[in-house]
Design a protein around this ligand. Structure first.
Ligand code: ADP
Ligand code: MG
Length: 257
């Protein structure tokens, strides 16, 4: 589904990504882990067209996306959430998801002005879709609250609902468990699995919460200083000496919990 081939990106003298290659198959939950500053969020920014890679190419569903602007990559079917939550705080929960949905609504300005059947039909289906998404992430009861009044964990789930509104085939989640309590973290694991199993969305996950990563991932890639240092199944990654050293420092012997 996604083929990342030898991409590099520098910020001034800093190699944020260096010769990174990865393949993600449709239906996988694929995690990207690594210490702070490893280049994980930069990888998401390159995949979504915020930064074009300096070298290398990215193909999604067989077509090249690495020179496309962000909105065209989104329309090809790649959605994302952000490490620093980006919601419209003074809009309601419902409206935040509706905004994501409007990239799909098909009616003209005249339809809206004249309230034609096409306008009402499109608006009704958008509303149904938003309620379905809120229900899916467990926020239907909070639809009319302002986004800024939600707990951290609920805001992260709202971001997932909004990202789903563009009907992505691939969803990039950047540290969705950050700021969540243990109960919310457990619910997040179930939500990530349901995205894949019920909604057929392939998942690329950046997460520091190792218990979440080990529980949900089919494959794990490890970045360190912009380089891919390991890629494999969770059990192999947990025992990989280079990974342990990147996390715990030279000489560390314990495996990742
Ligand atoms: P991670 O998400 O793995 O913690 P990032 O991808 O955010 O790491 O950052 C990788 C490196 O690139 C860091 O050293 C960071 O400071 C740097 N970096 C990220 N974005 C920018 C930017 N827009 N300008 C300059 N440096 C950046
Ligand atoms: Mg990051």
């Amino acid at each position: 589904m996604l083929e990342i081939a030898a991409i590099s990106l520098n910020f001034g003298g800093l190699a944020a990504l260096e010769d990174v290659s990865l393949k993600v198959a449709e239906g996988q939950i694929f995690s990207v882990i690594g210490p702070n500053g490893a280049g994980k969020s930069t990888l998401f920014n390159v995949l979504t067209g915020i930064y074009p890679p300096a070298t290398g190419a990215i193909h999604f569903l067989g077509r090249k996306i690495s020179k496309l602007p962000p909105q065209r990559i989104a329309r090809r079917g790649i959605g994302r959430t952000f490490q620093n939550i980006r919601l419209f705080g003074s809009m309601t929960v419902f409206e935040n998801v509706l905004v994501g949905r409007h990239t799909h609504i098909r009616y003209t300005y005249a339809d809206a002005l004249l309230h034609t059947p096409r306008y009402f039909c499109a608006e009704r289906s958008a509303r149904d879709k938003v309620l379905d998404l809120l229900n899916f992430v467990g926020l239907e009861a909070r639809a009319e609250e302002l986004a800024r009044n939600l707990s951290y964990g609920d805001q992260r789930r709202l971001e997932i609902a909004r990202a789903m509104a563009i009907q992505p085939r691939l969803l990039l989640l950047d540290e969705p468990a950050a700021g969540m309590n243990p109960r919310e973290t457990d619910a997040l694991k179930a939500l990530i699995r349901a995205l894949r199993d019920e909604r057929r969305i392939t998942i690329l996950l950046i997460e520091h919460h190792m218990q979440v990563v080990m529980a949900v991932s089919d494959r794990i890639a490890v970045l360190d200083h912009g380089r891919l240092i390991a890629e494999g199944a969770p059990a192999a990654i947990r025992e990989n000496p280079a990974v342990i050293e990147a996390y715990l420092g030279p000489g560390a012997k314990e495996s990742l919990a």
